[in-house]
Write a protein that binds this ligand. Sequence first.
Ligand code: ADE
Length: 259
Amino acid sequence: MRIDVVSIFPEYLAPLGLSLIGKARQDGLLELNVHDLRTFTTDKHRTVDDTPYGGGAGMVMKPEPWAQALESIASGACAEAGSPEAEGSSAGPTTKPVLIVPSPAGERFTQALAYELAEEDRLVFACGRYEGIDERVMEWAAGHFTVRPVSLGDYVLNGGEVAVLAMVEAIGRLLPGVVGNPESLVEESHSDGLLEYPVYTKPSAWRDRDVPAVLLSGNHGKIAQWRRHEQFRRTAERRPDLLAGFDAGRLTRADRTAF
Ligand code: ADE
């Protein structure tokens, strides 16, 4: 997968060089390029914002620097040296890249969306700041990209960068080979519509608290049943909204007999 991120604060994206995602980049599983929007301005002050038409507080991001940046990314001119795009490989892209615009006014980012986006060949993230990006950019960009405004949750961040860190990590860890043991993706929270069961490690007794006896029993059937029960109990307690939307088709045969 190739990911391009456009921001006026490229340094904000530095953590994407660390840990699992940094390693995936080093291993060639993920190509990630960060672009400074200001390099696509033409004026002396490298202006990226202006006052909003109709009045109101704050500033709005000007359309032209965005069009320049996105055009050059869509054409592959911004690929990292050494990448197939930069080398001018013959086979052109067959589908439009997905342009993700982080915004509190977007569709909700979920694990299901992370899985969906992990199937794409190319993702582009446009980090807005201030009051947002001139709306015409989204209309224009639809000619080059599949445009998806996406929200991390019902709260407001100062810009898209923190949302991009979260989304790239959630998507990147689903790419083949990025997580060492793919089994761990199967059992984690949200992979099956429920929260994950609680986990414990040694020592079995710690500060007057014991690990649930069933986990020490060696009875794998009973352990699986206890974990599943804990998933439902936890989800009901912490996220009843998930349980309300839980698809009965996802109940296992064991669930049907146990609960
Ligand atoms: N930018 C500002 N707030 C945001 C949010 N909640 N999600 C995604 N991007 C944002």
